[in-house]
Design a protein around this ligand. Structure first.
Ligand SMILES: [Zn+2]
Length: 102
């Protein structure tokens, strides 16, 4: 299994339980973009999909450092995505909904 370190809480976890984050060059600043399918090119950082870990990463400026970007990082998309994940509170609630296309 692949283990990655969360840039927020610094705990090691299975890569599948973390969300990959990449930086995209925006018009004025870098934009942190969630990459749950791990399909985007470039350097990625790994983070628990939790507001708590995002908050920790932001406070330490760990995301920008992990992604090797300078200057401010727009966290709007990442924050919104993580907020959308918040429906599953508590420990791993694996829902077998009909979300699968194949
Ligand atoms: Zn974490």
């Amino acid at each position: 299994m692949v283990v990655r370190t969360c840039v927020g809480c610094r705990q090691r976890a299975e890569a599948t339980s973390l969300v990959r984050v990449v930086a995209e060059q925006g018009t004025q600043q870098w934009v942190a973009v969630p990459d749950p399918r791990r399909s985007l090119p470039g350097r990625g950082a790994h983070l628990h999909p939790e507001a708590r870990c995002l908050d920790l990463a932001v406070r330490r400026k760990a995301l920008g450092r992990a992604l090797r970007v300078e200057g401010p990082l727009d966290l709007g998309r990442l924050t919104a995505w993580i907020a959308g994940q918040a429906g599953s509170t508590g420990s791993s609630t694996s829902q077998n909904s009909t979300n699968q296309h194949r």
